[in-house]
Design a protein. Structure first.
Length: 115
């Protein structure tokens, strides 16, 4: 369940980033306010790949998802409004839970007595 929540967080990041990038492309005012351009679609694609990896309980995707999300948040901290911190904290908790769930899944599969 924790991995699926991380997958939902990655899908949210994919949709939100892609939507904001396209909106910023067509609205110069939004582009100036958010600092996004069409290169943000690359970020959305990376989050999409993380979501696919999390669907298959990948430990690498779980760690990569949290790492990439934190990197994006650190690089965009100047343009982050204070009202967005609640969502940011929830997404970080989701990605951390995904790491916990992915590693637990692989440990349980390895230890299962089923041949």
């Amino acid at each position: 369940m924790a991995v699926k929540q991380a997958m939902a967080a990655a899908i949210f990041c994919t949709v939100a980033t892609a939507g904001m990038a396209v909106w910023a492309h067509y609205s110069p005012e939004m582009a100036a306010r958010s600092g996004l351009d069409l290169w943000a679609l690359l970020d959305a694609f990376i989050f999409f790949l993380v979501a696919i990896g999390l669907y298959f309980n990948s430990r690498f995707a779980a760690v990569a998802g949290l790492t990439f999300y934190l990197l994006v948040r650190i690089l965009s901290i100047q343009s982050t409004p204070p009202s967005a911190w609640f969502v940011i904290i929830i997404l970080i908790i989701g990605f951390v839970g995904g790491i916990r769930g992915a590693f637990a899944h692989h440990r349980f599969v390895r230890e299962s007595p089923i041949p």
